[in-house]
Design a protein around this ligand. Sequence first.
Ligand SMILES: [Zn+2]
Length: 335
Amino acid sequence: MGAFALLALAAAALLLAAASPDSRPAAQAGIHQAAARTAHALPYRQRPPPAAQPVSRVPAGRSAIRVPILMYHYIRYNPDPRDVLGFNLSVTPSDFAMQMDWLAANGYHPIDFDDLRGYLLGQAVLPERPVVLTFDDGYRDLYTTAYPILRAHGFKAVSYVVSGFVGRSTNVTAEQVLEMDANGIQIGVHTVSHADLTKLSGGGLWHEVYDSKVALEALLGHPVLDFCYPSGRFDDAVVRAVQAAGYLTATTTQPGVVHTAADRYVWTRVRVGGGESLEQLVADLGQPEPAERVTAPPAPQQPLHGPPRRPITLPLLAPPEALAAGWRPNEGALP
Ligand SMILES: [Zn+2]
């Protein structure tokens, strides 16, 4: 059969398809339904580097790397001038936007703990000047104020959520946690009630460390692997519980920017407080981890939270250490 005959056959097939009564409307209706289902999930992806352009990366294989983990709490104008503690935990929205502008303009790349764990496991390289933006406690202004600014910059971040506070008027709602999780904000765990873990033992400790994990995993439908000690309070028993509960990392409030796999349950952070000057923050970031320039093909488009997370199957098996300590599965549900 000649090329002409093939073309004629193809044209006839096209005409038939166009004439068939409702094949097209049905397909279009399917597309519209799919669009309606996903209308809330706005596209939020990092731009890949241009083709075969030189890019700067932190090459694989370093066991200790400088990655400042910034620690934020409120992003707000502190409502009570006499509240010194509140002021020190509050970065104003304009200061926060300025800090994000500065990071973007100076070549910093916010990553999350999937990225950092992946690097330390030797599974991934990091972009140059990596930094982690963490927000403790899950205050409502994380969603209303910080999240839009982060999205405008295409930045990833990490939110350490107190599971028992979800849905309070001062804190994020379950729907907001779900939306942020789907759009570049990695969810970490900050206990059930922001308790001082060094004052707890046995079932009480396990309730704070493990029920919070169970509750957030049930909400999100995937593992939640990163923990943050409330008020930076931890001791050996607390670290052992966090480890046995299945977390892979935990952060403190102790200052520092160098991290290794070996100290992943006591990672240090850089506190960003109220009224801090940009110069102070820049000084706290310190020298960036040395990067090397490579000519690389464009990276495949990835969701902002990195490689696909493993789905989980509920119910989870409780750690034997938890059961031995008297913990019982009872209060894991979100309020
Ligand atoms: Zn906290």
